[in-house]
Ligand binder design. Structure first.
Ligand SMILES: Cc1ncc(COP(=O)(O)O)c(C=O)c1O
Length: 386
C-alpha cells in the first residue's frame, strides 16, 4: 500500500469497510441509481436530524450555494446586492456573481470567524436582497440580532453550514434558523457521501424552487399546485421548465452512503468538539489567538492564528511533524483577494482587517475522530516552542 506522506492528514479515512459493504450490496441488488427513493429517504432523515421541514439533496455543497442565489433571483428579482463574508468558500461568492448579483464583502469577527451584526447592518441599503452567513470552521455565527435584522429589512438570510454540521445556537442546529441553508458532504467534512450536498428550508415555496432548480427547472419535480401554475396549453407538462435550472441531482449511491454515515454523525461532532477544546487549551495564548467563541461549535478543523512574524517557523514545525495544513484557514483566507474577482464588480463596506489577519496569520490543520489527546497536546507543545 502506498505510504501516506502525512502523519496527520486533514481527514481520516471516513468511509469504513462497513460503508463499502452497504454500497456494494446496494449496487448488486438495485437497478435504479439516479435520484430516487434513497435520495428521498436520506432527505427525510436529514430534515429530522437537523430540525427542518424540507431538505433537497444535490451533487455538492457548492450546488446548494448556486441554488440559493438562484432562488434569491426568483423571489427578489434580477440584479442587486448580496452581503457575503470574505472567510468561507469560493462558491459563496461565485454563486452570487453567476446569478448576476454584486457581492458586498463585510468583515468577520475573529472570535466566530463570521460576519457580525454591526458589519451586516452597515452594508444594508435599498439594493440589498440577501445575506450569506458562513459558519466557518464550525463556529456558530448566527444570533437573534442578525435574524431580526434580516426580517426587518425583508432580506433572505442564507446560512452556509458546509463546515458546521451540528453546530448549535440556543439549542437549535445551525441551518434551521434562516430562510435556507447549505450543507456539504464532501470527503473531509463531518460526514461524507463522497460528493454531495443538501439545501434545507422550512419554506414550502423555497423547497419547491430548490427541487426544480436541482433538476433542469422541471415543474414535474414540484407539487401539483406548482405544476398547474406553470401549465401552458402548448407546452408538454412533462417537459415544462419553470425556472432556468441546472442538473445538480445526486445519485442513489451517494444517498445510500449518507444513510449509513448519518448514525455516526453525532459521535463525529462530539469528538471533533473535544479535540478543538484540547487544542485551544494547550496552545500558548501569548503566541496564538485562542479566544474563539466555542459556544455551540461543531469543529471542522483546528485553527491556528499566530501573533507576530513566525509563519515560516510554524510551517517548518508542521512540515517536520508531517502535519497537513491549509494556509489562510477556511477557503484559503480572504476571498476578496482572489484573482477570480478581478474581472467582476464587487463592493466592500468597511475594512476587511480581521479577514486579512486570518489570511496572513492563519492556517488550519485537520480535525477528525481518530486524533488522540496525546497527538494534539504533543503538537501544541512543539508549536509553543516556536
Ligand atoms: C463553507 C463552504 N461552503 C461551500 C463548500 C462547497 O462544498 P462542496 O465541496 O461540497 O462543493 C465548502 C467546501 O468545503 C465550504 O467549506
Amino acid at each position: 500500500m502506498a505510504q501516506n506522506k502525512f502523519n496527520w492528514q486533514l481527514i481520516n479515512d471516513n468511509i469504513t469497510l462497513e460503508d463499502k459493504k452497504v454500497l456494494s450490496d446496494f449496487i448488486l441488488n438495485s437497478n435504479r441509481f439516479t435520484n430516487g427513493p434513497k435520495v428521498k429517504e436520506f432527505e427525510e432523515a436529514w430534515s429530522k436530524w437537523l430540525g427542518v421541514k424540507y431538505s433537497v439533496m444535490v451533487g455538492s455543497g457548492a450546488s446548494s450555494n448556486y441554488i440559493t442565489t438562484s432562488i434569491v433571483r426568483e423571489l427578489k428579482g434580477q440584479k442587486g446586492e448580496i452581503i457575503v463574508p470574505p472567510i468561507g468558500w469560493v462558491s459563496d461568492i461565485s454563486s452570487v456573481i453567476n446569478t448576476g448579483f454584486t457581492p458586498v464583502f463585510v468583515d468577520v469577527d475573529l472570535e466566530t470567524m463570521a460576519i457580525s451584526y454591526e458589519n451586516i447592518k452597515n452594508a444594508i441599503n435599498d439594493n440589498t436582497k440577501a445575506i450569506v452567513l458562513v459558519h466557518a470552521l464550525g463556529f456558530n455565527g448566527i444570533n437573534d440580532k442578525i435574524i431580526k435584522l434580516a426580517k426587518e429589512h425583508n432580506l433572505l438570510l442564507i446560512e452556509d453550514c458546509c463546515e458546521a454540521h451540528g453546530a448549535v445556537y440556543k439549542d437549535n442546529k445551525v441551518g434551521s434558523l434562516s430562510d435556507m441553508s447549505c450543507f456539504s458532504f464532501y470527503f473531509g467534512h463531518h460526514m461524507t457521501t463522497i460528493e454531495g450536498g443538501m439545501l434545507c428550508t422550512n419554506n414550502k415555496e423555497i423547497y419547491e424552487l430548490a427541487r426544480m432548480f436541482r433538476s433542469h427547472g422541471m415543474t414535474r419535480e414540484a407539487s401539483e399546485q406548482t405544476q398547474n401554475k406553470y401549465s401552458r396549453p402548448d407546452v408538454n407538462p412533462l417537459f415544462t421548465f419553470a425556472v432556468p435550472g441546472y442538473n445538480m441531482r445526486s445519485s442513489e449511491i451517494n444517498a445510500v452512503l449518507g444513510l449509513t454515515q448519518l448514525p455516526r454523525l453525532d459521535y463525529a461532532i462530539k469528538k471533533r468538539k473535544e479535540n478543538l477544546k484540547i487544542w485551544l487549551e494547550n496552545l500558548n495564548p501569548s503566541i496564538y489567538f485562542t479566544d474563539f467563541d466555542c459556544s455551540g461549535n461543531s469543529s471542522f478543523a483546528l485553527p491556528l492564528i499566530w501573533k507576530g512574524d513566525i509563519k515560516d517557523k510554524i510551517c517548518k514545525i508542521l512540515e517536520d511533524e508531517k502535519v497537513e495544513y491549509r494556509l489562510g484557514t477556511a477557503g484559503g483566507g480572504n476571498q476578496a483577494r482572489q484573482p477570480y474577482l478581478e474581472n467582476y464588480e464587487f463592493k466592500t463596506v468597511g475594512n476587511l482587517n480581521t479577514s486579512n489577519l486570518i489570511h496572513d496569520y492563519g492556517l488550519y490543520i485537520g480535525n477528525h475522530t481518530e486524533l488522540t489527546n496525546i497527538q494534539i497536546t504533543n503538537l501544541c507543545k512543539k508549536l509553543n516552542e516556536v
